[in-house]
Design a protein around this ligand. Structure first.
Ligand SMILES: [Zn+2]
Length: 144
């Protein structure tokens, strides 16, 4: 745990370091994910807490007509992606893309399946020197 102030920017910096960081309320023990500076339950100041990255598939949908960022990656009507809500072992739920499955074969994933976080990288543009700039998102993959 660290006393560093919770910001959205720092949350994404942690994702780039492949750390799933939520927030923990020292007063009522609530864990929020994505992290919140103020506890969602009692509004006390929360602190960073690294989560295990392990959870269970709570619900999902296969997306055949996706956002541009996804169609740019090659997803579409014949190549859907699966968007999932996962309940983390620590309590909170978070959404993200489910990978490591056969998207068009529903026998390869199901509600209650054990999953773990994976970190998905998307190029969002170039910096002044022409180097690629990336954004990191939470995704999930099956675990045994
Ligand atoms: Zn609280």
């Amino acid at each position: 745990m660290t006393t560093e102030i919770i910001t959205v920017n720092q949350y994404f910096n942690y994702l780039a370091e492949k750390k799933l960081m939520g927030s923990h309320c020292p007063k009522c023990n609530t864990i929020d994910l994505p992290p919140r500076r103020l506890c969602s339950k009692c509004l006390s100041e929360s602190q960073w807490k690294e989560l295990s990255g392990k959870g269970e598939l709570k619900t999902f949908t296969a997306v055949y007509v996706g956002a541009k960022v996804m169609t740019d990656k090659g997803y579409g009507r014949k190549t859907p992606y699966v968007f999932a809500v996962v309940q983390m072992e620590e309590g909170p739920s978070i959404s993200g893309q489910l990978v490591g499955i056969e998207e068009t074969n529903p026998d390869t994933y199901h509600i209650g399946m054990k999953v773990e976080v994976t970190y998905l990288k998307t190029e969002t543009g170039k910096d002044k020197e022409g180097n690629s700039v990336y954004r990191w998102d939470v995704g999930f993959q099956p675990r045994s």
